[in-house]
Design a binder for this molecule. Sequence first.
Ligand SMILES: Cc1cc2nc3c(=O)[nH]c(=O)nc-3n(C[C@H](O)[C@H](O)[C@H](O)COP(=O)(O)OP(=O)(O)OC[C@H]3O[C@@H](n4cnc5c(N)ncnc54)[C@H](O)[C@@H]3O)c2cc1C
Length: 372
Amino acid sequence: MGAGALGGWTALHLVRLGWGVTLVDAWGPGNGRASSGGETRVIRRSYGHRDHYVPLVTRALDLWTELEAEAGVRLMDRRGVLWLASDPGEFERSSIDAFRAGGVPFEELNRAELEARFPSICVADVPWAVFEPDAGALLARRGCEVVWRAVERTGGRTLRSTAYPDLDSNGDCRGVRLADGTVLDAEVTVFAAGPWMPELFPNVLGRRLEVTRQDVFSFGPPPGAEAHLSLPVWAEHAAQVFGDDSFWYGIPDGLSRGFKLGEDTHGGPWDPTHGDRVVDPARLDRARAYLAHRFPGLAGAPLIDARVCQYTMRERSEILVDRHPGAARLWLVGGGSGHGYKLGPAIGEVAARAIADDAEVPEALAALRLQP
Ligand SMILES: Cc1cc2nc3c(=O)[nH]c(=O)nc-3n(C[C@H](O)[C@H](O)[C@H](O)COP(=O)(O)OP(=O)(O)OC[C@H]3O[C@@H](n4cnc5c(N)ncnc54)[C@H](O)[C@@H]3O)c2cc1C
């Protein structure tokens, strides 16, 4: 249930393992309310000291690449990811340690090299950077649609409806109840409902997952500044810009929608069903200030697209794959917002294997288990 990056891929892996699967989504794959909606997401293996994600991203890169070839549709833009670092750059230094350990290609660039290679970025306050050449951007909504179609092609069934867990008298889950009252029986039910998980499972997840609004902006380079659209994906912990711990990232030119810019700082609580998705003018002002500082050629560039999305956060934004503690036939997959999209293929695989083998999830994810 749920055809975002996590639910869609879990369903696809289960069908590939020979299970009969029905993938249900209330508003369709990568819809405008889903966390997997919108045009693009970053895919990178820079994770600082959280190096347990590096092999998962490596696996995800392979699976996205395979699906791209199988479907004959572009899903990735491997234009590289550039991390602008401060000194000492603890996050980037630990990422480099993990790159070395995992055989991930990277380049370390000093300021002079940055200026020569990326003249449209103002790096006067950036002493060095790390470049991940085979990372880049994923086409988010498109990826969910392609996974949905791959489920159908592989023999699974897809359905658009709101679904709720259908519990038996012991509290275990025997399937889902759809909005029209239809009951779908299932040996195993998986809920991967992104930001809807806390309201679906308030007792188990209400306090564990927090849903926050996130505003994302795309600016249109003026004539003469089109070169900005050829930059790599970039990110930085921007203490040198605002003197705070804000984290900024951007994806130039995702599906020709402009120069996308986002701030990772969490917004307020958010209702993913009923919230009007109108961007916050204060956030827009801050984005413009950041843009003018780091990309002076885009100072005053017009806003050409904007979205309000939402994070579903668990401790340290870790990802949840586990059985519901009171219902052995019900699995819950979620959390990880801010970084979960790219991991969909790998987390879906972990979840599908655990479900098919009736096994525990691997150690790296088991640390976050819901079981007592
Ligand atoms: C602004 C922003 C930037 C991000 N940047 C990145 C990034 O650069 N890289 C990255 O990897 N990740 C990024 N993420 C995180 C990533 O997008 C999410 O972690 C991921 O998309 C979550 O996928 P999901 O499948 O858990 O949830 P969703 O995509 O929200 O999917 C849940 C689905 O469940 C459906 N649903 C909900 N309730 C029901 C119900 N009762 N019945 C039926 N269907 C239901 C919904 O319609 C939805 O389609 C970002 C997120 C945001 C918001």
